[in-house]
Design a protein around this ligand. Structure first.
Ligand SMILES: NC(=O)c1ccc[n+]([C@@H]2O[C@H](COP(=O)([O-])OP(=O)(O)OC[C@H]3O[C@@H](n4cnc5c(N)ncnc54)[C@H](OP(=O)(O)O)[C@@H]3O)[C@@H](O)[C@H]2O)c1
Length: 187
């Protein structure tokens, strides 16, 4: 496990069969029709998951994969305003975008976060989440699950060197059929 003084937090939506996007990166299954996790109709557990705005209010840095960053560039606005964003990718040139800093490796990300005194870090992108899980850099996960099977796509989870044990903290339910569960990683 890579030691870290900050909390690594995942907040992501998947299809019931575990995909975060279609093979071509399409997210329409999530947004159209909207599977909004915001209209909670019930919840259970000692620490139910936060909604997106409450989650974002609790983090001070983001680490996103190059794939997620390139998808975000197609959105109408920049969703990360007010937060320091580190994009992880070996093929990105430093200085390519003044809103981000570029890191070419996980040790470089960790060094940057430690140097900046990070406290709570949003870790986003399938490959990056998998890599951070392998290295023991994820402490909490909020996984929203949409009531749809895609059959194929970009997976949220993948191979791990060892099992990752989790404590279930709570689940919330939305009228749209979306469920959201919060887990703490047992290190
Ligand atoms: N459903 C949701 O809530 C949600 C959330 C986030 C993203 N998404 C979707 O997920 C898709 C992107 O996910 P993804 O899994 O394909 O990609 P990703 O994790 O966002 O980015 C993958 C890239 O990150 C870099 N990377 C990963 N591990 C690295 C390492 N150890 N060292 C150096 N670079 C590393 C590599 O960039 P290089 O190739 O440059 O080396 C790799 O190609 C997009 O379609 C996005 O829209 C969905």
């Amino acid at each position: 496990m890579t030691s870290h003084s900050w909390q690594g937090r995942v907040f992501i939506a998947q299809s019931l069969d575990g995909f975060i996007a279609r093979p071509d990166g399409d997210l329409g299954w999530l947004t159209d029709p909207p599977h909004d996790e915001g209209h909670v109709t019930g919840h259970d557990g000692p620490e139910p998951p936060p909604g997106y705005e409450a989650f974002m209010a609790g983090i001070d840095h983001l680490v996103v994969g190059r794939g997620t960053y390139e998808k975000v560039l197609t959105f109408a606005g920049w969703p990360y305003a007010g937060h320091h964003v580190i994009v992880l990718g070996s093929t990105l040139a430093p200085g390519v975008d003044e809103r981000i800093s570029v890191a070419h490796s996980v040790p470089e990300v960790v060094q940057t976060l430690e140097g900046r005194g990070a406290r709570a870090v949003y870790v986003d992108g399938g490959q990056v989440i998998q890599e951070f899980l392998r290295q023991g850099l994820v402490d909490e996960l909020v996984i929203s699950t949409a009531p749809v099977l895609l059959g194929a796509g970009i997976p949220l989870f993948g191979a791990l060197g060892t099992d990752v044990q989790l404590t279930h903290l709570g689940t919330s339910y939305a009228g749209s059929g979306m469920t959201s569960s919060r887990y703490r990683v047992k290190h």
